[in-house]
Design a protein around this ligand. Sequence first.
Ligand code: ZN
Length: 317
Amino acid sequence: MKASALRFLVCPACREALELRARAEEGREVMTGSLVSPRCGREYPIVRGIPRFVDSQGYAASFGYEWNRFSRVQLDSVNGTRQSQQALEATTGWKDSDYQGRLVLDAGVGSGRFAEVVASKGGEVVGIDLTTAVEAAWDNIGRHERVHLLQADIFAMPFRDATFELAYSVGVLHHTPDTRAAFERVAAVVKPGGGLAVYLYARYGPQLSDGIRKVTTRLPVRLMLGLSALAVPLYYPYRLPGLGKLLNTLCPISLHPDWRWRWLDTFDWYTPQYQWKLQYPEVFRWFRDNGFQDIEIFDEPIRMRGLKANAHAVAAG
Ligand SMILES: [Zn+2]
C-alpha cells in the first residue's frame, strides 16, 4: 500500500483515521506492516502489499480462486484488445476526461481489468475486493502510482461516506448476499455531485441455469474448473443455427471467441454462491432513493448510472 492512502482510509469499525506501521517497504509501497486504529485499538495487517480488513473470503471464495487462476486473461494491456475499456464505457458512459484527477472507487476489483483502465486515464483508483483476487490485481497493477488495492468487505468498507468523486461496480453487487444493500453502501461513499455506475445481471427471459447452479455451486472449484473447460470445444455446436440457441437456453455457456475467456466466463457463471438477477425499475428506484439524479440506462441490461445530487439540491427537491 501507499502511505498516501491514509488520507481516505478509516477504520471500518469506528470510522476514525488509521495509523500506518510499516515493517517492510519497496519504493513507495509498504509491503508488510499494519494499520492501527488509535480510537478502538483494532489492527489490520498489511500482507503482500495489501491492507487486509477481512480475514476470510466469506461467500465469495470462488472469485479468489477464479481471479488468481485467470489473472491476466481480461487485462487489455495483456491481451492487446480494448474489451475492458469498452465494457467500462458501456456501463458508465464516462469520458476519459471524467477520470482525470478524480478519486474513483472500483467496488469488486477482481484482477484489476477496469482499475487498469481508470488509472491509465488519469484517475486515482481504489480497488476493493473481499477475496484474494486483490493479490492477482496487485501483481497486475499494484505498483501503478494511481492504484490502491484493499481486501475489504463491501458492507464494511474502510471509508467515510462521501469519499469518492466516482464509483463503479461492474458485475459484482449481484454476487453479494443482498444486492440492494451492497448498492446502498457503495452509493453512500459517493460525494454529492459525484457519479455512480453499475452493471448487474438481468432477470429477463428464461433462467434455466438457475437449476443447474443449484448443483454446480456446491461442487469443488477444481472440479468446476474442469467442467467449465467443456465450454472451450462446446463453442462449435453452440454456434450452430437453431441447435445452438436451444443448447444455450438449456445450459448457457460463454460464447466468447477467445477460448480462455470462454472458460473463465463459464466458470464465473456456475460457481458463485450468490447470483441475483434484477430488472430495470427496481435498480432505477435504488438510484433515486439514494439521492441520485440524471439516471441513465445503457444498452445490454443492466447497465445504469446516476449523478448524486448535492445536499442543496436534495433540500430543494
Ligand atoms: Zn477503529
